[in-house]
Design a protein. Structure first.
Length: 533
C-alpha cells in the first residue's frame, strides 16, 4: 500500500492524510470504516474535504465518519466519542489525521477506563455511524433473528449487545435434572454462535432512548440504530423468595432453571430413597410453563423404576389454579399424577425457604381470597423461581404495564415506535415463553422488520405458536403444541395429547440438533410462517 499504516490493535489502524485515489486501495485491503480526525482545510485548499472522501468511500462500500480534532486539542471528550465509534463501526477501521498522531492519541484515550462519574456519550451516535439493526440479547431469539436477517440481507450492519461469553441450550436442562442428558453439551462459547458478519458488543444494556434511536450501555456508551430488536430474555428473580439464594445448590434445594444447578437436581433424585419431595411453580409468566412439573415427572419415574416411590411423599405446589394452561393436555397429565401418587396443591406460592432446617413456606389462597401461610418440611425441594422482565426494560419507555416490551401480538412490532420489534421471553405477546415459540417468531420479525425498512405492508403474522414437550416419563413425551387461545397446532399428524416415544426422540435428539444447526444458523426449518390475509 502506498500510504503508511500503523496497526494499533486487531480492529484499528491509523495513518496520515489520505487522498481520493488512496480510497480504492484502502477498500481493496479490506477496511470497512474510515474515521477522519483532520478538520477540513487544515492543510490548505489542496486537502480533499471530508465530504469528497465520504462520497467515494460510501460508493466503495465503506462507512465514513467525520470526527475533526484540532491540533493540540485532543480531549477526554474526544476520546469518549472515538471509543464509541470504534466499538460501533464495522471493522477493520482506519483512522487518519495530518500525521496519524492525533488518531493515535485518540486511541490511547479510548483505551483508558471510563470514569464511573462520566455521563453516557450519547451525542456521538448519528445516522452516519448507527447500525442498520441493533439486537438486544445473545440468547436463542437474538442469535436466531440475527442469522435469519443476514440470510435475507447479508449487507445489513447488525450489532448484538450481549454481556455473557456463554450461550446455553436451556430446554435440555430438564433432561439433565432427570439424569438423561450431559450438561456439558448444553453450553457453547458466545463467539462460536454469533453470526460471523454480525458485530458483537460485549456489554450490558442500561436503557433506551427511542426518540433518538439510542441504546445506552452500562459502561457509558450509547449505540445508535436505525431499527431495534429487543430480545434480552426474562430475568430469574430468585431474590423474591426469602432465603432461597442462600441455600440454592445445597440442603436439598435445587432448580433446573440454572446451568449450575440442574446436575444437582439429578444428584438429589438419584440419592433420595425416602422422605418428602416438593416441586414448585410461581405465578406466570415463566419460561416453559411445563418445566416445573416435568421435573416432578422425571424424578417420580426414576423413583418408581427403583422401587422407592412408595416411600417418597411427592407434592406439586403451583401458584396457579390449574395444572396446565391448555385444557386438552390436562387429562393425560392427571393420569401421570395418579400413577406417581403425587399430591397437587393449587394456589400455593413458595415465599420463603429455610434450607438449614429444610422448611418451605407457602402462601395459600382460598376461594374467598384469604391468604394462609403454611410451612412444609422437605428432603428435596425443586424450585422454579419467579420471573420478571429485565430491569433496564421494565423502567424504559418501551415497556407495558407489566414491564415487557409492548408489541402487537401478530406483527411483533412495537405499538408506539415503528422501527422497534421484539420477540422471545421479553416481549408482551401472550404466548408460551418457549424456544419453539421463538423459532416461529424469528421468521415474523425478520420478514416484518425488512418490510418496515422498505415501507411495505406486513404479510407475515404470528399465530401464538408455542410448544412444550412434556417429559412425563423417561422415554415418553406429550408434545403439547398450541397457539393463541389454547388452539392446538400440531406440526406432525400425531395425536397431540398421547404420550409418545417418538416425541421423546424429538425432545432428546432432534430438537437440540435443530437448535444448534438450524435455528441459530438462520435455517428456518419447521418455522412455516403464516401469511396475513
Amino acid at each position: 500500500m502506498s500510504i503508511k499504516l500503523t496497526k494499533l490493535d486487531e480492529r484499528l489502524s491509523v495513518t496520515g492524510q489520505i487522498d481520493i485515489e488512496d480510497l480504492h486501495e484502502i477498500a481493496a485491503s479490506g477496511y470497512k470504516s474510515i474515521i477522519c480526525n483532520r478538520p477540513d482545510f487544515e492543510g490548505g485548499s489542496d486537502q480533499p474535504t471530508s465530504e469528497q472522501l465520504e462520497s467515494l468511500a460510501k460508493s466503495l462500500g465503506m462507512v465514513f465518519v467525520y470526527l475533526p480534532v484540532e491540533i493540540g486539542a485532543v480531549s477526554a471528550e474526544h476520546g469518549e466519542k472515538f471509543k464509541t465509534l470504534v466499538d460501533a463501526l464495522p471493522g477493520p477501521i482506519l483512522a487518519f489525521c495530518g500525521s496519524g498522531k492525533r488518531a493515535t492519541a485518540l486511541h490511547h484515550l479510548a483505551t483508558q477506563a471510563v470514569s464511573a462519574n462520566q455521563q453516557p456519550v450519547s451525542d456521538a451516535c448519528n445516522w452516519s455511524n448507527a447500525f442498520d439493526v441493533v439486537v438486544i440479547g445473545g440468547g436463542s431469539a437474538g442469535i436466531g433473528v440475527t442469522a435469519s436477517l443476514l440470510k435475507r440481507r447479508s449487507s445489513l450492519r447488525i450489532a448484538i449487545i450481549e454481556p455473557s461469553d456463554k450461550h446455553y441450550y436451556q430446554p435440555a436442562w430438564t433432561l439433565v435434572g432427570g439424569g438423561t442428558y450431559d450438561i456439558a453439551v448444553t453450553v457453547r462459547n458466545m463467539s462460536a454462535v454469533i453470526p460471523a458478519s454480525a458485530h458483537w458488543i460485549q456489554a450490558a444494556a442500561a436503557g433506551f432512548d427511542p426518540d433518538r434511536n439510542l441504546v445506552n450501555l452500562t459502561d457509558g456508551r450509547a449505540i445508535g440504530y436505525r431499527q431495534l430488536i429487543v430480545c434480552p430474555g426474562i430475568r430469574l428473580a430468585w431474590e423474591k423468595i426469602e432465603g432461597l439464594k442462600e441455600t440454592l445448590g445445597k440442603n436439598g434445594v435445587t432448580s433446573n432453571y440454572a446451568y449450575e444447578l440442574a446436575p444437582y437436581t439429578w444428584s438429589l433424585v438419584e440419592n433420595l430413597k425416602q422422605g418428602k419431595a416438593l416441586f414448585t411453580q410461581p405465578p406466570m409468566p415463566i419460561k416453559c410453563a411445563g418445566a416445573p412439573q416435568k421435573a416432578m415427572y422425571l424424578s417420580c419415574d426414576h423413583w418408581l423404576r427403583h422401587d422407592n416411590l412408595d416411600k417418597i411423599d411427592v407434592e406439586f405446589n403451583t401458584a396457579g389454579a390449574v395444572l396446565f394452561g391448555v385444557a386438552d393436555f390436562v387429562p393425560p397429565l392427571i393420569e401421570y399424577v395418579k400413577r406417581y401418587n403425587a399430591k397437587l396443591a393449587f394456589n400455593s406460592n413458595l415465599v420463603k425457604v429455610d434450607g438449614v432446617n429444610k422448611i418451605a413456606c407457602f402462601d395459600i389462597n382460598d376461594t374467598a381470597g384469604n391468604v394462609k401461610r403454611v410451612e412444609k418440611p422437605f428432603d428435596m425441594l425443586h424450585v422454579t423461581p419467579p420471573q420478571v422482565a429485565p430491569d433496564f426494560l421494565r423502567s424504559s419507555p418501551l415497556a407495558d404495564a407489566s414491564g415487557f416490551c409492548e408489541v402487537d401480538q401478530k406483527t411483533l412490532q412495537h405499538l408506539r415506535y415503528a422501527n422497534i420489534f421484539s420477540l422471545g421471553d421479553a416481549c408482551s405477546s401472550p404466548n408460551a415463553k418457549t424456544a419453539a415459540a421463538i423459532r416461529k417468531q424469528i421468521v415474523v420479525v425478520a420478514e416484518n422488520i425488512l418490510a418496515e425498512k422498505e415501507d411495505r405492508e406486513f404479510t407475515t403474522i404470528y399465530d401464538g405458536y408455542g410448544a412444550c414437550p412434556l417429559t412425563v416419563e423417561k422415554g415418553k413425551v406429550v408434545l403439547a403444541e398450541f397457539g393463541f387461545g389454547g388452539r392446538l397446532l400440531p406440526t406432525l399428524p400425531l395425536k397431540p395429547t398421547k404420550p409418545s416415544a417418538f416425541a421423546w426422540l424429538l425432545k432428546a435428539k432432534f430438537f437440540p440438533w435443530l437448535y444448534w444447526n438450524g435455528m441459530l444458523k438462520g435455517r428456518e426449518w419447521l418455522a412455516r410462517p403464516r401469511k396475513s390475509q
